[in-house]
Design a protein around this ligand. Sequence first.
Ligand code: SF4
Length: 725
Amino acid sequence: MLFGRNKKNPIKIADKKVTEWKTSVCGYCSTGCSIEVGVNADGVPVSSRGAAGADVNRGKLCIKGIFEHELFKSAGRGTEPLMRNNRHQDYQTVGWDTALDRMGDEIKRIQAQHGRDAFAIVSTGQIMTEEFYTLGKLSRGVIGTNNYDGNTTLCMASAVSGYKRSFGSDGPPGCYDDFAHTDCLLAFGSNLPEQHPVIYWRLKEEMEKRKFPLIVVDPRVTMFAQFADMHLPITPGTDVVLLNALAHVILDEGLQDEDYLFKNTTRPNDFEKVLEDYDPVTASKICGIDEDTIRNVARLYANADAAMSIWTMGINQSTHGSDGVVGINNLNLITGNVGMPGGGGLSITGQCNAMGTREWSSCSGLPGYRILENPEHRKEIADFWGIEEDFFPQKRGLTQTDIFPAIETGQIKGLWLIATNPMTSMPNTARIRKTLENLDFLVVQDAYKDVETTQYAHMYLPAALWSEKEGCLTNTERRVNYISKLTDPPGIAKPDHEIFSELATRFENGKKIKFPDNTSDIFDEMRELSKGRLLDISGMSHEKVKNAYGLQWPMREDADKGDQRLYSDGKFQHTDGKAKLINLPFFDNNEQPDEEFPFWLNTGRVVEHFHTRTRTGKIGNLNKFSPTPYMEMNPDVAQEMGITQQSYVRLVSRRGDAVILAQLTSRVPRNMVFIPFHFHDCVNRLTLGLLDPHSRQPAFKQSGVRIEPIDQKTAARLNAESRDF
Ligand code: SF4
């Protein structure tokens, strides 16, 4: 029996009774979408939508942004500080003064007994830029530890390192508007439609208006690869070989921009000679891309009027991550694709304010891209803050990935984790668990008290979340966006910058350095310190940033808006003003699949979740669409091994094992499996995470594993138990 349209149940969209829409910016990824949060008559946030007037997202949001208002009532929030003497006791609720007094005493005790650097701090890419600047003041100028870093070492350190080596400074040169001008786009290790859907939508819109080649380099047939004109299924960890081969073809065929190279770059005398080893035939045997494809891509890129490269973790999370970024920079320099509309490089950042920590947190140096190794920079900041210059170390201390081994060896005794969750995010979970158990004193500061790492802490400090406070975030394209306060934090939780300022008063230097009360005054300090520097924000104010839906830096005093691109004038940040071409000899030092562990283990993300699910794991619809970890496995290999769709398997590496659901798909080749990294006690039980020598970023995506079919009932029970952790 047929029913007419009018007989069907109409889809009803619940009336949320929004009385006002308030503007903020999304607090998950670094795309920087402006968001409007609808509040009801009681002032309660009940809905979210994209801000139509914002250039970044033009009314769009991905699924995480659409449900972002639900964060304010999500489970697991911390409302009061918690304390205990050791991790076998239950936590006791305490007031802020008691918690911060004890924290100050413990830090001073550890530093007096073991030296200033025996207390380490690891922060995040999630708090506001003004908070990062305040944390830098506290860490560098008050507590005075040199073992201070951000969890951005797990995601963007290789991009930072590569930019510094090639251009003399961090700072992504390109912007989203480049999609409207480019004639060729080369994407490395970036699954844009699923990981940065709104940036992909910007790109797709431009490709629909004006056809230009899209080339995706990725070992998996990702959604982005499926949409591409050419997919280059590269052998994991060999991007540098492909990049050298592209440079080889361009120079061999005389396709380089010699004029640009002569005016704007320095190059080693043996640059061409080193590239001789990477002819397409030799390179194809290492990187798995056939020689004709290498030649075609090199010609397409070099002959395009404007060509651009984007990349994410496929390049960065490798033992050759920094070299991969330098290789991309080399490619853009030899083709003259820097600082021009549609031509250049753009690292697509992960966390919403990974850029803010790079710019202002002082974790790799001093604020405003200053470095500890430069005596003028040390003096400038010491004078500005009103402390002795020799309080600063003269070179950078340990990165996050070196701090954990230093805890194992007893060099570090105390640790403060701020909005980061190493029990889920770091490679080799078993080793991290033992490391945390070794600490004399561990503090976890987070919006959520149920974050896995809190189980190993002596103290938990409850922080405000996203739009429970106000301040700025910098997105992928150097756009400073403004987060508005929409509601109060729960209980007596505080904005992170207030916690930092209050802890500072427990120390001697905390009485000398001024800690402003509000983020607008903190921003004014940063503006002052930025004058004349690459990341000049002296032309901005909170008001201007908010009204414009974000402004890009550099934006100099009296300017109406910021520069869209860096290095358009051909002036770089090395002392001679030139960019460097750098030789990239390739040594294969990754763990490789072998007879015992015959599969590559590749890791990545799904659109529904963000990082360790501390937030998205609490949102009903996001969990409904992505409830459980899974492993992508090639169906032909699965058939040969007797593994069926949605059966459980045991995955084993040299580090540990994990029980996981098999999803059979041709997205992965025969010798690879892929697992999303968001879930606790799952993929990072297996990863090795060898470090890049320049950036110290772990190679999450290149480990060897074997697959073992197992009894399904036991597997389901083990899997459920580990999820309940
Ligand atoms: Fe938020 Fe990123 Fe999604 Fe935009 S794309 S809504 S910034 S998570």
